[in-house]
Design a protein around this ligand. Structure first.
Ligand code: EPU
Length: 337
């Protein structure tokens, strides 16, 4: 266990705050020991996965536990279906690449998402027409109330858009230890309908794409507009895309005829990136913080020296200007600590 430990390498924003204590755990036993230590010493606990969806706004006066449980297991169901279980500390993109090397289908549209397997169910990670709920079977968690193991199936996770039970009633109660996915071995379901995938495949000269081709296209698209956290600190989309009532959307359409929207029954999902860009934020920098020049929804640590508070205040200014111009209140997607 380390004392007064900088968490800068453990959050993709690259914010430099200290944890009073820090420990990295590789097994369930080590995790239980660390939690018991925190209970015995009355220390609050902060669990760190890939650190790609948190904004640390101040020093943490407790025990930060980095979850590094590793391992992948497979269970054949038949000649076309397989269950693959990955431990929480596996890097998400490396896990996707592993599945593609073995020609297992289902994860390809989720290529290059930062973070670890263990946090993927928290916010039901999604991109390019796939969410993990589409291939999720179950996850095993440690219940912090009694340190017992528990399994959540698909239904029990109550997945929604960037949402799950782990962000609602279960918030702070469970540590996800491993996740099981249902993948295909040969009859893959290729999804190219979303966004620029088709165009990108055309650019690559591919007419009959494999799952590996779809992954390549997604990687190219992401790399063309999302900043690499290794170069510029960020946590992907900072806000959720808001959902507004159809009537409100129709009113806005009168005033802003180009407003994009994806209707779903009597509500419409509006791209937050568009709203933020319209308010003049795209590429704008204040001090050390900026809205990314190619995707306004991503806030970046532009100089590498931004504090969590600066980034938080920057996001508040964005929220206020979007309310003022459109009457829509953006919700932060990133966890604020
Ligand atoms: N747009 C703008 N200006 C911008 C950014 C976007 O006008 O600066 C418009 C685009 O023109 C497009 C629309 O907004 O019409 C949607 O943009 P994009 O396809 O880039 O997707 P997004 O809705 O901004 C969501 C996810 C991303 C995911 C992509 C692709 C959320 C909060 N974000 O972004 O997820 O990669 O779709 O599926 O749902 C993440 O969660 O960290 C993340 C990157």
């Amino acid at each position: 266990m380390q004392e007064n430990f900088s968490l800068k390498p453990y959050n993709t924003f690259g914010v430099d705050v200290n944890a009073k204590y820090f420990i990295e755990v590789q097994t369930l036993e080590e995790l239980r020991d660390a939690i018991n230590y925190s209970k015995n010493h009355d220390l609050p606990v902060l669990f760190l996965g890939g650190g790609s969806n948190i904004l640390l706004t101040k020093d943490f006066d407790g025990l930060a536990i980095k979850l590094s449980l590793k391992g992948i297991d497979e269970k054949d169901l038949n000649d076309n279906e397989i269950l693959v279980t990955a431990k929480a500390g596996e890097n998400w993109h490396e896990f996707v690449m592993y599945s593609l090397e073995k020609n297992y289908g289902g994860l390809e549209n989720l290529s290059l998402i930062p973070g670890n397997v263990g946090t993927s169910p928290m916010q039901n990670i999604g991109a390019y027409g796939t969410e993990i709920k589409d291939i999720f079977v179950s996850c095993t968690v440690l219940d912090l109330e009694n340190l017992a193991l528990k399994t959540f199936n698909l239904e029990e996770c109550r997945f929604g858009y960037r949402d799950s039970i782990f962000k609602q009633e279960g918030k702070g109660r469970y540590v996800i230890l491993e996740v099981t996915f249902h993948l295909t071995k040969k009859d893959h379901h290729i999804k190219t309908e979303y966004g620029a995938i088709k165009t990108e495949l055309e650019n690559l000269g591919i007419t009959d794409p494999t799952i590996q081709d779809v992954s390549k296209a997604v990687i190219n698209i992401r790399q063309s507009k999302l900043p690499d956290p290794k170069e510029t600190g960020n946590a992907g989309s900072f806000f959720k895309n808001p959902t507004i009532p159809l009537a409100q959307f129709e009113d806005l359409k009168q005033k802003f005829e180009n407003i994009p929207g994806y209707p779903n029954g009597d509500v419409v999902k509006v791209p937050a990136g568009w709203l933020i860009e319209q308010c003049g934020w795209k590429g704008k920098q204040i001090g050390n913080t900026a809205s990314h020049k190619l995707q306004a929804l991503v806030i970046v640590n532009a100089t590498g020296n931004a504090t969590g508070k600066e980034i938080f205040d920057f996001s508040t200014e964005i929220i206020n200007s979007v309310i003022e111009k459109f009457g829509i209140e953006l919700e932060r997607e990133v966890n604020i600590i």
